[in-house]
Design a protein around this ligand. Structure first.
Ligand SMILES: [Zn+2]
Length: 180
């Protein structure tokens, strides 16, 4: 059985090398929607795959990108310097911040958050099935486990800066997946 939870964030980026000149040459923003699909062949004591309250850490992670600039780590150094100078919240990531890049990164991180979550009510075999990132009302990118073959990175390559981390209520999930 598959369950799905939707999250939102307002994010800014620039997508270098993309076909659209507007996207590759201008800092701009989107109202993102992120759908998290979870799958299990087992139900917990309440006949649920997993109570959504167990996704609080996933929410904290996704909201790290809200009102933040998402910066590709291959960005020009002088642009990087300027972004860090003018923004309190910067997420530096090892993939380009296209919807596809976000979907791959979110799949990688959220699958680790789910695997490290403490199951407390008989949940079993819960795994991340897919991540869907909507950048506009009409389009989305979806990533699942096999798509991670397209990229190579680790948690250490994801840099959520101090301006982001100071707003977290709890950072134990980040430590559990190797972020600290
Ligand atoms: Zn864009």
């Amino acid at each position: 059985m598959i369950i799905r939870k939707k999250f939102r964030f307002e994010g800014a980026h620039i997508v270098r090398n993309c076909t659209s000149q507007r996207c590759r040459e201008n800092i701009h923003g989107h109202s993102y929607e992120v759908e998290v699909f979870l799958k299990s062949n087992h139900l917990d004591n309440g006949f649920m795959v997993m109570d959504f309250v167990l996704l609080n850490n996933v929410a904290e992670f996704i909201h790290s990108f809200d009102h933040a600039f998402t910066l590709w780590d291959k960005e020009l150094e002088d642009v990087k310097d300027a972004i860090y100078r003018i923004n309190a919240r910067v997420a530096e990531i090892p993939v380009s911040p296209s919807a596809e890049g976000y979907a791959l990164l979110f799949f990688f991180v959220i699958s680790r958050i789910i695997s490290s979550a403490k199951m407390i009510n008989g949940e079993a075999n819960v795994r991340l099935h897919a991540i869907r990132v909507h950048e506009t009302l009409s389009g989305y990118a979806e990533a699942s486990a096999e798509d991670l073959e397209m990229v190579t990175f680790s948690i250490a390559d994801l840099k959520l800066n101090g301006g982001i981390q100071k707003e977290w209520k709890d950072n134990s999930w980040w430590r559990l997946i190797g972020g600290l």
